[in-house]
Design a protein around this ligand. Structure first.
Ligand code: SF4
Length: 307
């Protein structure tokens, strides 16, 4: 049985070969993937907060996820210090501003049969898997999926993504199936990632990391609505039914791909999102596979082995 997650489905939409290299061959670039690394710090820290950790404990838990990085040069050391400072400020800001919730589950994994809506038959080849950041219950006893995000865009631009965000639809669908209860919607909690850097004069940094963090936190606190969102997003039964139908279609497309033995290269994607990490492989660079990638033990690094 193969597990389809939101990330896996999206990666195949981007490029079927990219998805094959990541999930079937399990290749991971040796180069640091900063967005993934920062995302892991953020989720670790917010999970700690949801489980009752103090602000300092959450910062400590989150930043520990960067301890494995050994900067290769001064430039990488600066990048690491900058990311550490920025994410620490974001965690402290979230700890002070996110509304307290009654969480009934934190970092909850799911693994569900994929169903053909026309016949009710389960897929024998694929299952739907994933992990939601949390599930909360409100004062009226309604269930909400909680998603904690960081965004490099403005809060206004970020909110524009809610309507067509398939991850939110998938989580609402999966949690209601898993708990066999309707879900009222998704609570999206997001903090904007600042692009500000320490002050420089004549190319030299003239601000300590502590001064920089204090300045950044003060900027966040001065305009919280500019840097933080905590919104409810709903999905109609029709949207969930459409999602279920498309999920089944996804399984059929994959079966067809396997049958043909052909994996498409979507070359329109190669240069997007900072460039595909598998370009050297698709370009046929000699020795790239051995020198630039490792093979992961797991197909889904974010999930437990059971999933
Ligand atoms: S380099 Fe391009 S074709 Fe190759 S896997 Fe990446 S996106 Fe696909």
């Amino acid at each position: 049985m193969e597990t389809l997650t939101h990330t896996r489905i999206v990666m195949r939409q981007q490029c079927p070969m990219k998805e094959h290299l990541h999930y079937v061959e399990r290749l991971r670039p040796l180069e640091i993937q900063w967005p993934l690394t920062v995302g892991s710090v953020w989720h670790t820290a917010i999970e700690a907060l949801a489980k009752g950790a103090s602000e300092d404990e959450a910062v400590q838990a989150g930043l520990a996820a960067l301890d494995w990085i050994r900067p290769a040069d001064e430039e990488e050391q600066y990048k690491l210090d900058l990311e550490r400072a920025r994410i620490e400020v974001m965690i402290r800001f979230a700890a002070r501003r996110f509304r307290p919730r009654k969480f009934i589950a934190v970092e909850k994994e799911f693994l569900l049969p994929i169903i053909n809506p026309a016949t009710g038959r389960k897929s024998r080849k694929f299952a739907l898997g994933g992990k939601v950041d949390a599930i909360a219950e409100d004062e009226d006893g309604r269930l909400w999926v909680v998603e904690n995000k960081t965004t490099g865009t403005s809060i206004g631009q970020f909110r524009e993504t809610y309507g067509l965000n398939n991850q939110l639809t998938l989580y609402a669908y999966a949690v209601s199936r898993m708990l066999e209860r309707p879900v009222a919607g998704i609570i999206v909690r997001a903090v904007v990632k600042s692009r500000a850097e320490p002050k420089k004069k004549g190319g030299e940094i003239v601000e300590s990391w502590d001064e920089y963090k204090a300045r950044l936190l003060a900027a966040y606190e001065a305009e919280p609505d500019k840097y933080l969102a905590e919104d409810t997003v709903e999905r109609t039964p029709e949207q969930l039914a459409q999602f279920e139908a498309e999920l089944w279609l996804e399984t059929q497309e994959r079966l067809w791909q396997t049958k043909t033995g052909v994996i498409r290269h979507n070359t329109a994607n190669c240069s997007l999102y900072g460039g595909c990490p598998f370009r050297p492989l698709c370009l046929g660079v000699e020795g790239a596979r051995e020198s630039m990638y490792r093979v992961s033990q797991t197909a889904h690094d974010e999930l437990s082995e059971a999933v």
